[in-house]
Write a protein that binds this ligand. Structure first.
Ligand code: SF4
Length: 336
């Protein structure tokens, strides 16, 4: 691996470490990748010299074989000599210096290695195509005109919907809510981020993603050039907090879904980013889990949709952070 490539990987992982650590990453000193590359080249040269010397010794040894071996050796010579210095054993395959630089990808302090089953399938490869949604997506693909009332524009329609949500009693989640959480963001977002539902802090403030998971979400979005209120709109599948932060029930999701459908139609986001299983399954109609479908592209009525792990899941399981970063990079690659 060349110094420039190693440097690029190191800087990218340093950026990720910043948001994975909640801004508490210790200060880092960038390694001297040019010096490391030079050292690797020196080690390759030393290993090549040692290999050549060893091969020479082998040839000398074969010249001292007994008569019986010499007779057989005429036929074996061609196969025996390369065995020491074959390409498979050569420095390119096992050079210490090269392995040392390549190891930087795995060895960034505080960076969890990708666990088996997470992030091993390349999202870039998986997302080369945008797959259509399942045959029966749960969400309806509305147009803005389906939602607007006479004399309304998208902004005023959103205000009307937010008011409706604040007094909605279409499902049982209204009973214990303090504040409904409609969503927040710009009128024409680049990305619509869809989570599951409000938690305790969101219920108290009426704002989406404001607890620890929200702070992590902001860092995740910031790492790919997104910012709530500027180019990212944040919403949830259900607008009222489920008791004890449980997963919303199917009938609760179904009751609330028209609000999200209307938001999508009025906002017209360029991309949709589902955070976690609930948002993914509600919008795609799939029953597959987030582990299987994360990092893949779907077509939501002409809007590319991708999903990754919910920030709350990342806070519970550090091993999910690396694949989540791969998913975010896949999203970024579309609008860079
Ligand atoms: S969760 Fe949605 S459908 Fe249920 S009461 Fe709240 S706003 Fe209405």
């Amino acid at each position: 691996m060349k110094a420039a490539e190693s440097r690029e990987i190191w800087r990218e992982l340093s950026t990720v470490e910043d948001w994975l650590s909640g801004g508490l990453a210790r200060s880092r000193v960038e390694p001297d990748f040019d010096a490391l590359e030079k050292k690797a080249e020196e080690l390759k040269a030393i290993q090549a010299a040692l290999t050549a010397r060893t091969a020479g010794g082998e040839q000398k040894m074969s010249g001292q074989k007994g008569p019986q071996q010499r007779r057989a050796g005429m036929a074996d010579a061609g196969a025996a000599a390369p065995a020491v210095g074959s390409a498979a054993d050569g420095p390119a395959a096992g050079g210490t210096g090269i392995a040392g630089i390549a190891g930087l990808r795995r060895g960034i302090p505080g960076m969890p290695a990708a666990p088996a089953g997470h992030g091993t399938a390349s999202p870039s490869a998986a997302a080369a195509d945008i797959r259509p949604l399942q045959a029966q997506p749960r969400a309806r693909l509305l147009k803005a005109g389906d939602v607007l009332k006479p004399g309304e524009n998208p902004a005023s329609a959103l205000t009307r919907l937010e008011s409706e949500v604040s007094s909605c009693d279409k499902c049982g989640l209204c009973a214990a809510r303090r504040k409904a959480v409609f969503g927040m963001g710009p009128a024409l977002p680049l990305v619509l981020v869809v989570g599951e539902g409000p938690g305790a802090e969101e219920d108290a403030t009426g704002r989406p993603f404001v607890g620890p998971a929200g702070r992590l979400l902001d860092k995740m979005l910031g790492a790919i050039g997104l910012e709530r209120g500027k180019n990212a709109y944040i919403a949830n599948v259900v607008k009222c907090r489920p008791p004890n932060n449980r997963t919303p029930l199917p009938d609760e999701c179904a009751a609330c879904l028209p609000y999200l459908e209307a938001q999508i139609a009025l906002l017209g986001p360029k991309y949709i980013l589902c955070m976690g299983r609930t948002a993914l399954q509600v919008l795609t109609g799939s029953s597959e889990g987030i582990m299987k479908l994360r990092g893949r592209w779907f077509d939501f009525g002409g809007i590319p949709l991708i999903a990754t792990y919910h920030p709350s899941a990342l806070l519970r399981d550090e091993n999910l952070k690396r694949p989540a970063w791969e998913d975010l990079k896949e999203l970024r690659s579309r609008f860079e």
